[in-house]
Structure formats: C-alpha cells, structure tokens
Ligand binder design. Sequence first.
Ligand code: COA
Length: 183
Amino acid sequence: MVVSENIVGKRIFLRSLDAHDVTEKYISFLNDPEVNRYMETRHQHWTSFSVNQYLKEINESKDSLLLGIFTHTGDHIGNIKCGPMHPIHGSAFISLFIGNKNYWGMGIGEEAIRLTCQHSFDSFPLFKINAGMYSDNTASQRAFLKVGFELEAICQSQYQLNENIRTNYIQVGLTKEKFLATR
Ligand SMILES: CC(C)(COP(=O)(O)OP(=O)(O)OC[C@H]1O[C@@H](n2cnc3c(N)ncnc32)[C@H](O)[C@@H]1OP(=O)(O)O)[C@@H](O)C(=O)NCCC(=O)NCCS
C-alpha cells in the first residue's frame, strides 16, 4: 500500500518511498550494526537491489504500509512500517528505525509512531496495533510507552541477541479506543 499525500507532523513528515529514495545513505542505515543491533533486518546484507525489491513488494502489498521518515528539510532519516494488517482481527504490527543516529533521543521516534498510529487507525479497519522488541532496547520501549502503548507480554529468552546471549522479547499494544482517548 502507498499513501498519496505526506503525513505531516511537528518536526517530521512521513511519505511512501520509491526507487528514487534508494540512496547509499538509506542502504547504509540498514547495514549499520549500531542501528540494526535489535532488528531482524541485521541478518542480511542490504544492497540497492534488495532494498528496491523490498520496497516494490511492500508498496504492492494489500496489507502493509511502509513510510519514510523525513525532516522538514527533506532529509530521509528512517522508516516506519505498519503491517501486515489482519483483515479479520483488525490487528497490525508497527516497527521503525531512525537510521541517522544524530536524531536519536529527540522524540522523533515517538512522533513517527504517533503519526503512523493516527493515520492507520483513521484509514484502515484496525482495532489494535502491537509492537515487539528485544527487552534490551530501552529506547524503543520508551518511545512506544510514551505514545500510550502498554506492556502486554514478556517472552523469556526468545531471541538470540548475539552468539553468546539470548534475550527476552517484549510485546506492547494499543487499542484504537485508548489511542483516541489520549489524543
Ligand atoms: C528505537 C528508536 C526508533 C527510538 O527513537 P527515538 O527518536 O530515539 O525515540 P524517542 O526520542 O522518542 O524516545 C526514546 C526514549 O528512550 C530513552 N532512551 C534512549 N536511549 C536509551 C537508553 N540507552 N537507555 C534508556 N533510555 C534510553 C530516551 O531518553 C527517550 O525517553 P524520554 O523521552 O523519556 O527521555 C531509535 O532509537 C532507533 O531507531 N533505534 C535503532 C533501531 C531500532 O532499535 N528500532 C526499533 C526496533 S524494535
């Protein structure tokens, strides 16, 4: 799925991505070990070909929305995804990364999550949005909790963080009702 218009916030805007956005900078975000430390995307090396293929697949899908996160000066600093959206259960998963580390810890993640939840609840028949993260990823947990997501599950030793360490998986969730009440 793609959006035809920019989703505009205070410090950032979100928009669908196409082949023109697949720059060396974007590819380097995906391959940066500090950025992808807690992301499943770290298990492959990304190239222009694989990023373009991924964009094409997700833009053509009927249940997932991928948006670039841009500063108001037009700098592409990360991505956020909502999907797959389940047609029966009305639930979806949201995930994001800010690849430009200069923008970490400034509330951009929170804003991107808030904008994406607002757009997704307004545009699709969704009842609830969930997100999952490694328990070590404190910044991610904080960003979601600040939007109003609540801790729903902790799965012990679910993931292999690196060769020697397993880590817990945390799931947070937010219903449309609760999101609207906190807006
Ligand atoms: C996770 C991520 C999206 C958060 O975005 P962000 O813009 O940095 O998030 P915010 O600034 O909105 O909120 C981060 C919160 O975590 C806190 N934080 C950041 N790093 C932290 C750390 N190492 N320990 C404890 N708290 C930390 C910040 O202080 C802030 O909380 P506060 O507003 O209460 O002070 C971003 O850090 C990122 O892209 N990381 C790499 C990719 C990634 O891990 N994605 C998520 C996969 S689930």
